[in-house]
Design a protein around this ligand. Sequence first.
Ligand code: SF4
Length: 347
Amino acid sequence: MEDIYERSIQGDITREDAIKLVNSNPFELFDVADQLRKDIVGEEVTFVVNRNIDITDECMIRCGFCSFRDSIGYHMTTEEILSSVKEAVDVNATEICIFGGVTPEMTVEYYCNLLATIKSNYDIEIHGLSPVEVFHAARLSGVSTIDALSYFKEAGLDTLTGASAEILVDSVRAKICPNKVSTADWVRIIKEAHGVGIPTTSTIMYGTVETWEDRIDHLLILRDIQRETHGFTELVPMTFLNQNNVLGAELSPSSGMDDLKIHAIARIILGKELPNIQASWIKLGTKLAQIALCCGANDLGGTMMEDKISIAAGASYGEHLTREEMRRIIKEIDRVPVERNTLYERV
Ligand code: SF4
């Protein structure tokens, strides 16, 4: 494992190394990932005070793993969205995350109006949309995706989410989200966003039909993009939740061991190049998130306030943690809590 540590620091982990590692003793894997975390980012665990706003559960994409689409049947008005933003501002949140389905009304103009209205009312970072929204809005408005991104930036989009990546292997996408952007389109739109000055997160949604090889190929694609653009702020591993969706009828949730292994192998593959790896408490629960923070992760994500998407899929760990609760969870594992903004700057 000493050799793996050195190769990770040098950015030299190969696909074969990674496959061997996920099939080796997991506790050795966790040890090396934790040592890398210590040496790369130290003892601090970051978190962001934010509010998630899921603007509609209507969606024309129809992913097989989605439990959110049509789960309630709503489309927030601009006034309702503004009132949610105000709730975030009232607790000194630094970020709102705009998520939701994709509908034929969601053109470039629709998003630009929404972004500009939020920005003209509140001084808060807007983290939102993802390549799938960019792709469809651009298509509906008859503009290129790079132009759509420039308009969004001008209207107030600070950072784009790396959602809709799921697993960046087209044979897997054909089974779990056949109507979503292809791997090539996801990669292109992310690079375009970085190119026009919009940083993004990166994500991996694991635990459906993919293999460990597919997960590793996905992480290697993210590493290649980061080498080229340096535009990713973090990686957010998201475990598949199997309640109330088509795929869930056939699949069990991933094991706790696999949850930990994905954080560890991500740390080893991404090394210094993408130093922030999130343990998502809303998906894992706070106790498993604490362990993931000891297996390579260094960020506890956001306070959220709401997450209709995870709740619809069976997440049962709540939707809101306060600043104080985030700090307590981090201190319980003898680490140092640090509040950050979307760009990982200290607040
Ligand atoms: S995951 Fe997102 S894009 Fe897919 S159906 Fe659900 S809301 Fe639509």
